[in-house]
Design a protein around this ligand. Structure first.
Ligand code: ACO
Length: 329
């Protein structure tokens, strides 16, 4: 029996308890529920409490995925956490999560490509399984973006939320991985970045005063890039899978802005009921947004055996990617 395919056998998600509504921002920012709703589609987002970190959210999502799959952490060969808000610069958050789950001596690493993290992770993890290197991989997208937000910047503070989503991938006879397209353009990092805290710019007094340890974004440029790349990446992934738009049953896009999702869905001729949108509840949770949406959809019984899903995302880098995936129950 050849096990050179891959399928998803477990899904889980978690968002912190504290909810911040659009109305909450009105108390300290020159903004309104009306502006945020019409320009982004967001209503609420979840933010961690003091003392809560990314691995805490990742752990809860991973536990839910293990429970869903009826597995123990010891059954998993490799742990990957896609995040740009790790607990520490190092060790990798995946090491912490694996240890807290009680998995001993397993492979564990983080993947840092911002909001494209889950798409890149799904491609890497599928490759590791389809090549026979590992049998089971836990892939988690987890972020605490509230920790790197400037609460006084109305253009970014309202956009981001915290959360985690996890999938367990397993070797299988039939293959769910149909095709992928990944890309990046690092020529303009400043379009969406945290300037200080790496090896180029230290976090010192001046950096803190300039808020360089926090997210900076050129929203309009990112918006245009996002619509273009969501469409191009989806087309390319479908071409590699030798499928057409008409074959797609469900679009699970990165949840950055409802208007970006709508523009991409229009081009792809996907009616509303074929597009998963939960942005009103979570805001943009970066690498966590797609696995949270997938976990919610699977748990709500919205995905049937054999259906074709396109996962598509974009983010800091700038980076983008799409994966065409046949759901196997
Ligand atoms: N409330 C009220 N007004 C606001 C707010 C706010 N929260 N934010 C911005 N404005 C104002 C601006 O100051 C501007 O005012 P001005 O015309 O007087 O200068 C006006 O609204 C319009 O600003 P724009 O930036 O043109 O607004 P836009 O319609 O582009 O929406 C937004 C801004 C929501 C940020 C949009 O550009 C967007 O979603 N961009 C993409 C962001 C994104 O996808 N990021 C993904 C990151 S993924 C990752 O890797 C982390």
């Amino acid at each position: 029996m050849s096990l050179r395919g891959v399928k998803i056998v477990g899904v889980g998600h978690y968002a912190p308890e504290r909810v911040v509504t659009n109305a909450d921002f009105e108390r300290w920012l020159d903004t309104s529920d009306e502006w945020i709703t019409t320009r982004t589609g967001m209503k609420r987002r979840h933010w961690v409490a003091n003392g809560e970190a990314t691995s805490d959210l990742a752990l809860r999502a991973a536990q839910a995925a293990l429970e869903f799959a009826g597995m123990d952490a010891a059954d998993v060969d490799c742990f990957i956490v896609a995040t740009v808000t790790p607990d520490y610069a190092f060790p990798a958050t995946a090491c912490l999560v694996a240890a807290r789950l009680g998995a001993k001596d397993r492979a564990a690493f983080d993947l840092s490509i911002a909001c494209s993290g889950f798409i890149y992770g799904l491609t890497v993890a599928s490759g590791l399984i389809r090549s026979g290197i590992y049998r089971r991989i836990m892939l988690i997208g987890a972020e605490t973006l509230s920790k790197i937000l400037d609460p006084a910047d109305r253009a970014t503070a309202i956009l981001f939320g915290d959360g985690a989503g996890a999938v367990i991938l397993e070797a299988a006879e039939t293959d769910s991985f149909l095709g992928a397209e990944l890309g990046a353009d690092g020529s303009k990092p400043e379009l969406l970045y945290v300037r200080a805290g790496g090896s180029r710019h230290r976090i010192d007094r001046a950096a803190l005063d300039a808020k360089e340890d926090l997210i900076h974004m050129h929203g309009r440029e990112v918006f245009k890039f996002a619509v273009h790349k969501m469409i191009a990446a989806t087309d390319a992934a479908l071409a590699r899978a030798q499928l057409t738009k008409a074959d797609v049953t469900l679009l699970i896009p990165h949840q950055a802005n409802k208007r970006i999702i709508d523009a991409a869905a229009r081009y792809l001729e996907m009616p509303d009921h074929k597009v998963v949108v939960n942005i009103a509840e979570y805001g943009n949770t970066s690498a966590a947004s797609i696995p949270i949406a997938l976990s919610e959809s699977v748990r709500a019984g919205k995905i049937a055996d054999g259906e074709v899903i396109v996962f598509v995302g974009f983010g800091g880098g700038l980076s983008w990617g799409a994966v065409a995936w046949r759901w196997a129950a």
